[in-house]
Write a protein of this length. Structure first.
Length: 336
């Protein structure tokens, strides 16, 4: 077992998953403004520290993805944020891409940037305590997209990033996200997501990335948010499993789904069904942002000093996700 593989298993063992708390300052400002809380660095830190010091961090969260601002902050107990996360047994991680920009040659699509100077930044993040990283590529589906240019250029960037991350002693999360926006069917999503993931692995292998030391973070297979062809949750789970089985090499130890566009309960229910149907050796878990934080931030916004109440909400959500990662969740548990 490689050291990188050990990190992956530490993050994803025993029903644990990842808390994606890597919202940029601009995104976090939107979230806080939406609940009428002023977006100061103190308030952003207060909300995140409230989650990171919750009881179920120990039982349900194996890794936390941070943003550049947060990994450098110190909490109220004088521990740095990475130290606070590590003290619960979770692994600190860091988002290292610099965002999706317009793709030259296909202006409706995006390419993720951030490779320039990445090797040096990774050394700094390692010193701050990070042991895994995240890079997100985004794709749209329409009758002419994603283009070959988008599929190839984003796969190449993900592979270059992954290679540099492993060189620095950290685990790369490879996140090719097919966005839910659009009128496409679940079948379209299956076909395009499969093509994208396969191309990513072609590039990862070419760049000599150790596949036992990565985490794949894909979207679930869902119809577009404006599609009139909705499908049942069981179908989402079966199509998602089909995609994974046909596209992901067996060496990959773990897959953490993103919750993009789903409600908290939808993301939990779909993950639970994926695990109930899972007949592979892949660990199937979660790397959720909004689906772990949405209820907590709404509650917290009413009284930002009510730490215990906010933690209770977060603990429940984390427990639901952890049960879903083991195929043990049920709707009844949401009513308690």
């Amino acid at each position: 077992m490689s050291e990188l593989n050990n990190i992956v298993l530490k993050i994803l063992s025993s029903g644990k998953g990842i808390l994606a708390a890597d919202e940029s300052t601009a995104t976090m400002t939107k979230r806080l403004n939406a609940v009428n809380v002023e977006s100061t660095s103190e308030n952003r830190l207060l909300f995140r520290e409230t989650l990171f010091s919750s009881e179920n961090m120990k039982k349900c969260i194996g890794g936390v993805i941070l943003y550049d601002e947060t990994i450098k902050q110190t909490g109220s107990t004088k521990k740095t944020i990475p130290e606070l996360i590590s003290s619960s047994g979770a692994v600190p991680g860091i988002k290292v891409d610099t965002g999706a920009k317009v793709l030259a040659g296909s202006p409706d699509e995006k390419i993720t940037e951030g490779l320039d100077g990445l090797r040096e930044r990774l050394k700094d993040y390692y010193k701050f305590g990070a042991r895994f990283t995240k890079w997100r590529a985004v794709y749209i589906i329409s009758n002419k997209y994603p283009s070959r240019l988008s599929i190839y250029s984003n796969a190449h960037a993900l592979a270059r990033y992954s290679s540099l991350v492993q060189e620095s002693g950290m685990v790369p999360i490879v996140e090719p996200e097919v966005l839910m926006d659009g009128t496409h069917t679940a079948e379209d999503c299956l076909n395009k997501t499969s093509e994208i993931i396969k191309k990513c692995f072609d590039e990862l292998i070419q760049h000599k990335v150790d596949l036992t030391g990565i985490i794949l973070k894909p979207n679930m297979i869902l119809p577009g948010s404006s599609s009139d062809k909705k499908i049942k949750n069981e179908e989402v789970a079966k199509l998602t499993l089909k995609c994974i089985k046909e596209s992901v090499p067996k060496e990959v130890p773990g897959i953490t789904f993103l919750s993009g566009g789903q409600t908290e309960v939808e993301a939990t229910e779909n993950l639970n069904l994926i695990n109930q149907f899972n007949d592979t050796n892949f660990i199937m878990s979660y790397s959720y942002g909004r689906a772990l934080q949405q209820s907590a931030i709404k509650f917290w916004s009413k009284d930002i000093k009510n730490i215990k109440g906010t933690q209770k909400i977060f603990n429940h959500r984390a427990e639901m996700c952890s049960l879903a990662a083991q195929g043990k969740w049920s709707k009844k548990l949401e009513e308690n």
